[in-house]
Design a protein around this ligand. Sequence first.
Ligand SMILES: NC(=O)c1ccc[n+]([C@@H]2O[C@H](COP(=O)([O-])OP(=O)(O)OC[C@H]3O[C@@H](n4cnc5c(N)ncnc54)[C@H](OP(=O)(O)O)[C@@H]3O)[C@@H](O)[C@H]2O)c1
Length: 249
Amino acid sequence: MLVDSTVAITGASSGIGAACAAAFAKAGARLVLCARRKDRLTQVAGNLDTDVELLQVDVRDRAAVDAAFGGRGDIDVLVNNAGLASGFGPLQEGDPEDWDRMIDTNIKGVLNATHAVVPSMVRRGRGHIVNVGSVAGRETYPNGAVYCATKAAVDRITTGLRMDLLGTGVRVSTVDPGLVETEFSIVRFHGDADRAAQVYEGLTPLTPDDVADAVVWVAGRPAHVQVADVVLLATDQASATRVARRPQG
Ligand SMILES: NC(=O)c1ccc[n+]([C@@H]2O[C@H](COP(=O)([O-])OP(=O)(O)OC[C@H]3O[C@@H](n4cnc5c(N)ncnc54)[C@H](OP(=O)(O)O)[C@@H]3O)[C@@H](O)[C@H]2O)c1
């Protein structure tokens, strides 16, 4: 299924996106990897044994995304993974710049990349959009209203796009993880690594490879099978707000 296919992954310079790059490479796919940090993309690509094209693109920049993806007709799978949480606290005390960063990346970034890639998939009568959503899109948690809202929007974009593409042969899926240990929390807490580490303290979170396994499984089903959604939780997590933590010695 994936051998010799071309897979584009946004946010491939770190975490889940980098793990997806490795997993798709192992499955025999060619890769188009996109992120803002070119040095980190180069590092990721250095470990991959497949054809890799690197695109330094900010998914918030619609013109840049169009220039990078719009003219090409070779992408078989687009993994819309680029995303972030920025800030953690009550909405009434929130920083509107954090809101812009999340809304522009998590919602508009997904729309920009999808809009640039889908028309060529429709013309070819096949293709697959795999969005990386979150349990945060299914449940709201305190101090995360705007991030949860952006991931809820991704869920609606996923289901809406699936309806709009019905009959075209193009598939739409979402993979929605719970806690995954990546740079996500460091970014959320604006570089405060100690605070970020506390998120995972006393529990065993998912790894980026766990999520990549699910993404590759979703993309690797036969063309007539459309996995609508996969929700992936650590065994130590029961919901967005319920986790089991063991006392630290
Ligand atoms: N970690 C979790 O617990 C968790 C749980 C559920 C869902 N998720 C979702 O999983 C996805 C990946 O996150 P992660 O956990 O792997 O975090 P991460 O390690 O911080 O990776 C985020 C990736 O997104 C890229 N990115 C951010 N803003 C971008 C932009 N404007 N343009 C292009 N690329 C951008 C980053 O690359 P550059 O900085 O180089 O641009 C990086 O490669 C996100 O959508 C996140 O919401 C994470």
